[in-house]
Design a protein around this ligand. Structure first.
Ligand code: ZN
Length: 116
């Protein structure tokens, strides 16, 4: 059974975000450009975490709440949170490495100019 929601879009034409339980897992699809390529998108993310602000049609708020009360939806959210936390750790590390790279390049430049 598919659960369909209308998500806001910047163009004004809403996207269809559908939730479906397949093989015991909640699968989410969106008709935006990224979604059609089976990539992550803000619409899938927002509705998966129950952000009713993303709903084009506010009368779907309760249906979204009911859907997300299902244990498969909790599983989906838990798995998304784990991956998002991993991304946050990765971003922090990337920033740290970028700062380190910049410092090394600065020292190399200083060697060339005789400052070091
Ligand atoms: Zn989307």
């Amino acid at each position: 059974m598919k659960h369909a929601f209308l998500a806001k879009s910047s163009s004004g034409n809403p996207y269809d975000v559908t939730f479906e339980v397949i093989g015991g897992r909640m699968v989410v699809h969106c008709t935006c450009k990224a979604g059609e390529m089976n990539q992550q998108c803000k619409h899938k993310r927002a509705l998966s975490f129950g952000d009713a602000e993303m709903l084009m049609d506010k009368s779907q708020t309760q249906a979204l709440k009911d859907l997300l009360a299902m244990s498969v939806a909790n599983d989906l959210m838990a798995r998304l949170r784990i991956e998002e936390e991993a991304l946050t750790v990765l971003e922090t590390e990337k920033n740290r490495l970028a700062a380190q790279e910049k410092a090394i390049k600065r020292r190399i430049a200083d060697i060339f100019t005789g400052k070091a």
